[in-house]
Design a protein around this ligand. Sequence first.
Ligand SMILES: Cc1cc2nc3c(=O)[nH]c(=O)nc-3n(C[C@H](O)[C@H](O)[C@H](O)COP(=O)(O)O)c2cc1C
Length: 344
Amino acid sequence: MKLCFAPMDWITNWATRYITEKIFDNHKEKEDTLQTWTEFMNADWFVINPWWVAKHLLTIKTNRKPIAQLFWWRKENLIKAASLLIENFWESFSWIELNTWCPSNTVMKCWWGSDMLKHRPETLEIIKELSKRIKGSWLSFSVKSRAGLNDEDKDEQLNFLIEVSKHTDFISIHWRTLKQLYSWEADFWFIKKVKEGSLCPIIANWGITEYQQALELSKDFDWVMIGQWAIWNPRIFTNYTPTLNEKIDVMKEHLKLMITTEFRFEKYIKVMEWYSFNQPNIEELHSLEKTINPDQAYHSIVEFRKYAFQYLKWIPCSREIRQWILQKKTYNEMLEILSLLTTK
Ligand SMILES: Cc1cc2nc3c(=O)[nH]c(=O)nc-3n(C[C@H](O)[C@H](O)[C@H](O)COP(=O)(O)O)c2cc1C
């Protein structure tokens, strides 16, 4: 089965991707593959001041190349951002994706995300232009979308996606309408119609909570994408059941990776040259572990708390431990808490 780890802004990043890939490679079923994504990056900001958004492009070098996702405001900046990615990050990414999915009001106010579905003729023109630019390079091109704006809009969205499929290498579809946001059942009739009419492969994405469910869906669709349930269970892409200590080890590794990439990124931020930087490899990040000051407060530790809470959904622990995590700021303090969870 072809599995996909969905992009999730503020959640997925170089560390979550690396950890999920590592677990996958250790425990995967023989036939399975895993594709990862970067979260949507604002094309305008990237063109104007790449350092505002360049963190989205940070990725740890592995055998796999994530798909880089863009959204936009000005069409010329979207094309320019795609060109910059092609020229400077072709070694880091395999694919460039346009996001017509995002339901956030702030995003939509500016004509981005799902709002593009309110302007389908213009959006299709943009997709065609982008497709020409990207597919003329060594990267591939995809579009992420949803089941339309609301139930009444589904027929139009179906025709739109079929048209889009003539210009893309695949389409990922989150099967809810804009009106549904994250709630309600998926409309399988709609999805099957898209699959029947589409000229390119379809990634199915909606509320998958376990590996077996993904396996079932993979009978009908080309690729299967999992988002939220992979945050607290990065093993969802495998059939493997970990021990408690293995779960804690993943938390520790995640914490370390966040701190070392913080060091690495801070260092490179000062020397970024013309829209490009060298991606770190894992050995380089391991070598930075020596420089972690166990008693210093790091930004990454505060940021790690949100991941810790997700992981703890899957680990028995008391309310006090959750409360303590909120107060921890240093590496040592966080390790002490994690050790309390470990079985001897
Ligand atoms: C917090 C959050 C941030 C997201 N950010 C992105 C994003 O940057 N790009 C994108 O294409 N989808 C984004 N998504 C949507 C997910 O990729 C996925 O389509 C959605 O969560 C449905 O899959 P799931 O039911 O398996 O979670 C986001 C979802 C969440 C919950």
